[in-house]
Ligand binder design. Structure first.
Ligand code: HEC
Length: 196
């Protein structure tokens, strides 16, 4: 194989590797971040199974999202967040589409960023089996950037059992103040002692 061919060959391998890596990152973001957002913030109004399909838009599967809604068939354009109405709606950029509609339910900046990244990475929607794999992988790590999981006898739901806590929010992680600071006597008082 000539050097140029070899070069081309290895860059193709690199490309394949990166594309695969991107897809994995996208699948992981979907499983850990985007799906819970859709479930907790959107499906109550946008899922046939839940009983409401507002704006004729069902957000419960990729196929249904791609079908579009009442006014747009560009709800989700994989790889193009700026063209996806879904992103515009959660950013509240267009007064016609502010989602979810209640001010109190608005997504945090961080949640919006996860959705944007997921669309950027091609909006992959892996099977339930793969979603569970990512979820279990994450739950097996006691410490991540998002905090610490405490081993307990289990919560009422997985959300509680696998809830992560920030070390600074937990008293058990705070350094102990073993020696209480000594009281400092006001100078006046000291002086009056000296004068006795
Ligand atoms: C409380 C109910 C409710 C919730 C929750 C809700 N929506 Fe909506 N959505 C609506 C209604 C109603 C419409 C129809 C347009 C309108 O009246 O604003 C709509 C329309 C839309 C549209 C436009 C569809 C089209 O083609 O016209 C998009 C996109 C959308 N919603 C995305 C979302 C996303 C994403 C979420 C979650 C982050 C969400 N919605 C949560 C009620 C809701």
């Amino acid at each position: 194989m000539s050097t140029t061919r070899l070069g081309l060959f290895s860059s193709l391998i690199c490309l394949a590797f990166f594309t695969n890596l991107d897809a994995n990152v996208g699948e992981r973001i979907f499983s850990l971040k985007v799906k819970p957002i859709l479930e907790s913030k959107c499906l109550a109004c946008h899922s046939e199974k839940e009983g409401k399909v507002k704006g004729d838009l069902d957000l419960s599967s990729l196929d249904k999202i791609i079908l579009g809604g009442e006014t747009s068939n560009q709800i989700l354009v994989p790889g193009k967040p700026e063209k996806s109405l879904l992103l515009k709606a959660i950013q509240w950029k267009d007064p016609e589409y502010e989602m979810p509609p209640k001010e109190n339910d608005r997504l945090s900046q961080e949640q919006i960023e996860w959705v944007k990244q997921w669309i950027n990475l091609g909006a992959p929607w892996p099977s339930l089996k793969i979603q569970t794999k990512y979820l279990n992988e994450e739950r097996s790590k006691l410490i991540t950037d998002e905090g610490i999981i405490f081993k307990t006898i289990g919560g009422l739901s997985d959300d509680w059992t696998y809830r992560r806590y920030k070390p600074e929010d937990i008293w058990a992680f705070q350094p102990l103040n073993v020696v209480p600071p000594l009281p400092i006597l006001p100078t006046q008082l000291m002086l009056s002692f000296e004068n006795l």
